[in-house]
Ligand binder design. Structure first.
Ligand code: ADP
Length: 551
C-alpha cells in the first residue's frame, strides 16, 4: 500500500497493469510489467535501471524490482511473485557520494585518506599537484614518505591524537615532495569513524602555504627595517637639539647643526611620506590632479628634489631634454616624485662621483624618460622583482642605504596610474642600471593654461592676511612663524569652530586648514567658510601633518 497507494481490497480483481504502472523514468513511457515477462519467458526477471512506479495518486517513485515465477509440483508456472522497493534514499546517498567524490577530486587542497597504521589509502588531484606523486605511486605507502626527517617525531604524536578521535586543525609544518623539495603546508586532519564510532583511519587536507609564509617573513623583515630606518634620524636630531642648547650663542655651530637636522628631518619626512603614499596607493585613495604639462617641468622638479643627494655624493648628472616640449596629461608633483625616486636610487646605488644620465625623448605616442647609472647594477634574477613591495636586493641592515624597499613600488604604481609603464635593465652586478619610465603623450599639442596661479614660491615677500587652522599647536605655531617671517599678517586657530569665527572677523586672504581636525573637520570648515558672503572668495589651502598641499 505504502508504495502503490492501492489498499488491498481495492486492488484485488484489478488488472495488474492498472495497479502497478511501471514507467521508464527517462522516457516517461510505460515499460512492460515484469510479471508479464515472467509468464512469457518462464524465468526470473529483473527490471532495467531507471524504472519508476506510478502510484494511485500519480506520484512517481524510483524502484528496483525482481519478478519470479511460482511453479506447481510439476514445474508448471501458476503465478508470479513481484518484489520491489523504493530506491529514492539509496539513489540520493549514491548521488551524494558521487558529489562528495567530485568535490574531493577537484579540490585545490591535497586531500588524503590514511589508515590507522599510517598508510596512504586515497590520494586526490590536489595531493598529486602538491607532492608530485601519482596515486599509483603512493597509495599503500607509509605517510612517512612525505615527512622530512626532522619532522618524523611529530608524526607519531599526530597518529596518537587521531587514534583518540581528536581533530587537528591548521597545523603548520613542512612536508617533502617527490622531487625532494620542501613545502610549507597547513594540515587539517579529521578521524574517520565506522558506524559504531570506532576510529578506522583519518582524512587529511593539506594546503600549500609557502607563498603566505614568504609574505609573512617579508613583512616581519620590513617591520624590523622600518623601525631601524625611522630611528636612525632621531639620534642626530636629539643631539642637534642638545648642541643648540649648549652652544646656542655660537652662530657657526648652530648653522652647522641646523643643516644636519634639516637633512635628517628631510629624510624622516620622506620615509613617512613614502609609507603614507604607499598605503594610499594600495587602498586606491590616491587621486591624481592631472593637468597638461610640459614633461620638462616635472623633470626639472625631480632633478631639484634629488639635487641634495646627487651633490652630496658628488655625482655628475647629465640631463638631456628634447628640443620640442613633450606635453603629457599628468599630475606634475607625482611624476616628479616618481622620477625623483629613480634618480635618488641611481645616486644611492652608485660609488661617489659617478656619472648619471637622465634623458627624455619621444617615441611615437610615448614620452620616454631614461635614468642610467654606472652603479652597483642588479643581478638578472632580482631584476624582475625590483618593483615589488618591500623588495630590497640586500636586506642586511647596514646595506639598506636608508630605504624601505618601497620606492620603486611607488614609482611603478604612480606611472601606471598615469597610463604609463616602467622597466628596469642591468647587465648585472657592477655594470650599472637603467630605469625607463614611459608616459602617454597628451592627445593634442595645444597647451591649456596651468592652474599654477596660487603657488607661492618661498623667499618672496608677501603682504597677505593669513589664518592658520590646526589642532596640532606645534604645527600651527611653526607654520605661523614661517608665514610671518615671509612678511604676512598671520592669525592662528586651533579647531574648526574657532577657525570659522576668526575667518569671519579678520577676513583673511588665505586660510591654511589642517586635515582631520576635531570640532568641525576640515571639509565642514571649508564648506562653511565658502558659504559666508565675506569669505566666499578667499584661497583655502589644505595641509596635512607633513605640510604637503592636498587640495
Ligand atoms: P630602497 O628603499 O631599498 O631603495 P626601492 O624600491 O627604491 O627601495 O628599490 C628596490 C631595490 O632595488 C633596492 O633595494 C636596490 O637593491 C635595487 N635598486 C633600485 N635602484 C637601483 C639602481 N639604480 N642600481 C642598483 N640597484 C637598484
Amino acid at each position: 500500500i505504502g508504495l502503490t497507494g492501492w489498499p488491498l481490497d481495492q486492488a484485488v480483481g484489478h488488472p495488474l497493469d492498472e495497479v502497478l504502472q511501471i514507467i521508464n523514468e527517462q522516457t516517461q513511457q510505460p515499460v512492460e510489467n515484469p510479471v508479464t515477462r515472467v509468464f512469457r519467458e518462464n524465468r526470473v526477471v529483473e527490471l532495467a535501471n531507471h524504472t519508476a512506479l506510478v502510484g494511485k495518486q500519480g506520484d512517481v517513485v524510483p524502484i528496483e524490482d525482481t519478478a519470479a515465477p511460482i511453479r506447481d509440483q510439476d514445474g508448471e508456472v501458476v503465478g508470479a511473485v513481484l518484489v520491489f522497493r523504493d530506491v529514492t534514499e539509496a539513489r540520493r546517498a549514491m548521488e551524494t557520494r558521487r558529489y562528495l567524490a567530485a568535490i574531493v577530486e577537484s579540490s585545490d587542497d591535497a586531500i588524503i585518506g590514511q589508515t590507522l597504521d599510517g598508510r596512504i589509502a586515497s590520494w586526490n588531484k590536489g595531493a598529486e599537484r602538491l607532492y608530485g606523486f601519482s596515486p599509483d605511486e603512493i597509495i599503500g605507502k607509509p605517510l612517512s614518505v612525505l615527512v622530512p626527517p626532522d619532522h618524523v617525531d611529530e608524526l607519531a604524536g599526530m597518529m596518537q591524537r587521531i587514534n583518540r578521535g581528536e581533530f587537528i586543525e591548521h597545523y603548520e609544518t613542512e612536508r617533502v615532495r617527490k622531487d625532494g623539495k620542501r613545502v610549507e603546508v597547513s594540515l587539517t586532519i579529521s578521524p574517520l569513524k565506522d558506524a559504531d564510532g570506532n576510529v578506522v583511519g583519518a582524512s587529511k587536507s593539506a594546503r600549500d602555504i609557502s607563498a603566505r609564509k614568504a609574505e609573512d617573513r617579508r613583512k616581519n623583515e620590513f617591520l624590523a627595517l622600518l623601525a631601524h630606518e625611522l630611528r636612525n634620524p632621531l639620534a642626530p636630531l636629539r643631539n642637534g637639539l642638545q648642541i643648540m642648547q649648549l652652544a646656542g650663542s655660537n652662530p657657526e655651530v648652530v648653522e652647522e647643526t641646523r643643516k644636519i637636522m634639516e637633512r635628517q628631518l628631510h629624510h624622516l619626512v620622506r620615509l613617512v611620506d613614502d609609507l603614507l603614499d604607499l598605503s594610499r596607493i594600495s587602498q586606491g585613495k590616491l587621486q591624481l590632479r592631472k593637468e597638461r604639462i610640459d614633461l620638462a617641468e616635472a623633470v626639472k622638479n625631480a632633478v631639484e628634489m634629488s639635487s641634495h643627494i646627487t651633490e652630496d655624493q658628488s655625482h655628475q648628472l647629465t640631463v638631456t631634454l628634447p628640443d620640442e616640449a613633450i606635453y603629457v596629461d599628468a599630475d606634475k608633483t607625482r611624476v616628479a616624485q616618481a622620477l625623483c625616486n629613480v634618480l635618488n636610487n641611481a645616486a644611492k646605488y652608485s660609488e661617489r662621483g659617478s656619472k648619471i644620465w637622465l634623458t627624455v625623448h619621444r617615441e611615437d605616442a610615448e614620452a620616454v624618460i631614461s635614468v642610467k647609472d654606472t652603479g652597483i647594477g642588479i643581478d638578472p634574477e632580482t631584476l624582475p622583482k625590483v618593483f615589488e613591495m618591500f623588495m630590497q636586493v640586500d636586506r642586511s641592515l647596514e646595506k639598506s642605504h636608508g630605504g624601505l624597499g618601497v620606492g620603486l613600488t611607488i614609482v611603478k604604481r604612480l606611472i601606471e596610474m598615469h597610463g604609463g609603464s616602467v622597466e628596469a635593465y642591468s647587465e648585472g652586478p657592477g655594470h650599472g642600471s637603467e630605469f625607463i619610465l614611459r608616459l602617454p603623450v597628451a592627445p593634442s599639442l595645444e597647451r591649456t593654461s596651468s592652474a599654477a596661479g596660487h603657488n607661492i614660491p618661498l623667499g618672496q615677500r608677501f603682504d597677505r592676511r593669513i589664518l592658520v587652522v590646526d589642532d596640532n599647536k606645534d604645527a600651527a605655531t611653526s607654520l605661523t612663524a614661517m608665514l610671518k617671517l615671509m612678511g604676512n599678517e598671520v592669525w592662528t586657530a586651533y579647531d574648526g569652530e574657532a577657525g570659522l569665527e576668526a575667518a569671519n572677523n579678520i577676513h583673511p586672504d588665505m586660510i591654511f586648514l589642517d586635515t582631520g581636525m576635531p570640532k568641525l573637520n576640515d571639509f565642514t570648515t571649508a564648506h562653511r567658510t565658502r558659504q559666508q558672503p565675506c569669505t566666499q572668495s578667499i584661497v583655502l589651502a589644505g595641509t596635512t601633518r607633513w605640510g604637503k598641499a592636498q587640495n
